[in-house]
Design a protein. Structure first.
Length: 95
């Protein structure tokens, strides 16, 4: 499962500008060292650790630290959505 986020504030990488980032559903290995409860509470430190592991193009820790708060929230919402069952996502109007 993958979700795409359009950035409110694009990330500049030299001459390249990243405007969209795709998140892949994290597997257990991507969540190593993290508490699922921290991810579900959208703890900034946990989300910031996870994002470089599940983003395409891969965001660096420094890029994640400089994200616009609206973009961080968009990523956090997508991460939480990965923990929902299909029925829960449908009930929430996500699918």
């Amino acid at each position: 499962m993958m979700h795409e986020v359009t950035l409110q504030e694009p990330i500049k990488r030299g001459e390249e500008t990243v405007t969209k980032v795709t998140l892949t559903k994290p597997r257990a290995g991507a969540m190593r060292g993290l508490a699922i409860t921290d991810l579900l509470r959208m703890e900034v430190a946990a989300i910031s650790t996870l994002l470089p592991r599940i983003t395409m193009p891969s965001l660096s820790a420094a890029e994640v630290a400089e994200l616009d708060p609206a973009d961080l929230m968009a990523f956090s919402e997508e991460v939480v959505g990965f923990f929902m069952t299909t029925a829960q996502a449908e009930a929430a109007g996500i699918l």
